[in-house]
Design a protein around this ligand. Structure first.
Ligand SMILES: Cc1ncc(C[n+]2csc(CCOP(=O)(O)OP(=O)(O)O)c2C)c(N)n1
Length: 318
C-alpha cells in the first residue's frame, strides 16, 4: 500500500466513525436513543491509525465509554453499533450494552468500560493469557489522560512492566478530564514521561495524524511481540464535541474550540491528501459514499425490532 493509499484508507475509516457519531447525535436528539452518550468526534485518527497497525484476528483492544470509534475502526459494522445504541436485538451486543458497555470480541474489540481506567488491568490479563495460549496477542488499553491518575492504571503499568507483558497503554490526551482541564490536576502534564518510572518506553505523538498513530502503534506492536514489554503512547488530540451529549462546554476558553476544529483529523488528512495529489472530487466522492452508507445503516438499524425482553437473562452468569 502506498503512503497515499494508506492515508485514504484511514480517511475512509475516520469518515465512517464521524458519520456514525453524527447519526447517533441525531438519534439521541430525536429521543430514539436514550441515556448517556459520549461521542469521539475529533479523536478519530487515533482509532483509524491504531486499528490498522494491529492484527485484530488475535490482538485485543480495550476502550472506554467513548468507544464507538474504536469499534468501527476494528471493523464492527456501523449498523450493528447504531442498532446497539437503539436497543435493537441486531445490535452488536444484542442491545444489552448500549453506548458505553458494548463488546465485539469477534472484531478484537473486547468491550467498553465506564469505570475510568478499568480497561488497563483487564488488558494486562489478556496479555498475560497470550503467554499461555501462544497466540502472540498484543493487548491495547485505551483511556484518557485523566485515567492516568487512577490507582488501577498505575498497578496495571507496574504489573505489565514487571512481567514484560505485551501491552500498549494508549493515552488519548484530549486535555480534559470530563469538564476539567487536566493540566490543573497534575504538576507535569507530559504523561508519556511517566513511562520512565515503570521502565517502559514512552512516546508522545500527534493524535490527529492517523499515519503517525499507525507508525507508533506498529513500532509498539513490534516491541511487544518481540518480548520487550509494554509501551506507553500519549496521543495528543482534542474532542470537538462535549464530553457527553448535552455538555454545553462552558468551561472551554473562547477560541479553543475553533482552533481544535481547524486542526481536527479529517480536515487534516484531506489537506495532506490534496498535497499528495488527490483530487478534490475524489475526496468529495469518498465522503459522499460513506455518508450514504451510514444513512442506509441508520435506516436499517431503526427498522430492526427491539431486543426481545424474554432473552434478558441470556449471557447472565451471576
Ligand atoms: C472510577 C471512576 N471515577 C470517576 C468517573 C466519572 N468520570 C467519567 S468520565 C471522567 C473523566 C475521564 O477523563 P479522561 O480519562 O481524560 O477521559 P475522556 O473522558 O477525556 O476521554 C470521569 C471522572 C468514572 N466513570 N469512573
Amino acid at each position: 500500500m502506498s503512503r497515499t493509499e494508506a492515508l485514504l484508507a484511514s480517511l475512509e475509516t475516520m469518515h465512517r466513525i464521524r458519520e456514525t457519531e453524527e447519526a447517533i447525535a441525531r438519534l439521541r436528539a430525536s429521543g430514539d436513543i436514550v441515556g448517556s452518550v459520549h461521542l469521539c468526534n475529533g479523536q478519530e485518527a487515533i482509532y483509524a491509525g491504531a486499528a490498522r497497525a494491529l492484527d485484530l484476528s488475535r490482538d485485543a483492544v480495550f476502550p472506554t465509554y467513548r468507544g464507538h470509534g474504536w469499534a468501527i475502526a476494528c471493523g464492527v459494522p456501523p449498523e450493528a453499533v447504531i442498532a446497539e445504541l437503539l436497543g435493537r436485538g441486531t445490535g452488536i451486543s444484542g442491545g444489552r450494552g448500549g453506548s458505553a458497555y458494548f463488546t465485539a470480541p469477534a472484531y478484537g474489540m473486547y468491550g467498553e468500560n465506564s469505570i475510568v481506567g478499568a480497561g488497563a488491568p483487564i488488558a494486562c490479563g489478556a496479555a498475560l493469557a497470550s503467554r499461555f495460549d501462544g497466540s502472540g496477542r498484543v493487548a491495547l488499553a485505551a483511556f484518557g489522560e485523566g485515567a492516568m491518575n487512577q490507582g488501577a492504571v498505575h498497578e496495571a503499568m507496574n504489573f505489565a512492566s514487571a512481567l514484560s507483558l505485551p501491552v500498549i497503554f494508549l493515552v488519548e490526551n484530549n486535555t480534559y478530564s470530563e469538564l476539567t482541564p487536566t493540566r490543573t490536576m497534575v504538576r507535569n502534564d507530559q504523561f508519556y514521561r511517566r513511562a520512565t518510572a515503570y521502565g517502559m518506553t514512552g512516546v508522545r505523538l500527534d493524535g490527529n495524524d492517523s499515519e503517525a498513530v499507525a507508525g507508533a502503534v506498529a513500532d509498539a506492536v513490534e516491541r511487544c511481540r518481540g518480548g520487550s514489554g509494554p509501551v506507553l503512547l500519549e496521543a495528543m488530540t482534542q474532542r470537538i464535541v462535549g464530553h457527553y451529549i448535552g455538555d454545553v462546554q462552558h468551561y472551554r476558553p473562547a477560541g479553543e474550540l475553533d482552533a481544535a476544529i481547524s486542526a481536527e483529523p479529517l480536515a487534516r488528512a484531506e489537506r495532506v491528501a490534496r498535497a499528495e495529489g488527490v483530487a478534490d472530487a475524489d475526496l468529495a466522492a469518498l465522503r459522499q459514499r460513506v455518508s450514504e452508507e451510514i444513512d442506509r445503516a441508520t435506516a436499517s438499524a431503526l427498522a430492526a425490532p427491539p431486543a426481545d425482553p424474554a432473552t434478558v437473562e441470556e449471557h447472565v452468569y451471576a
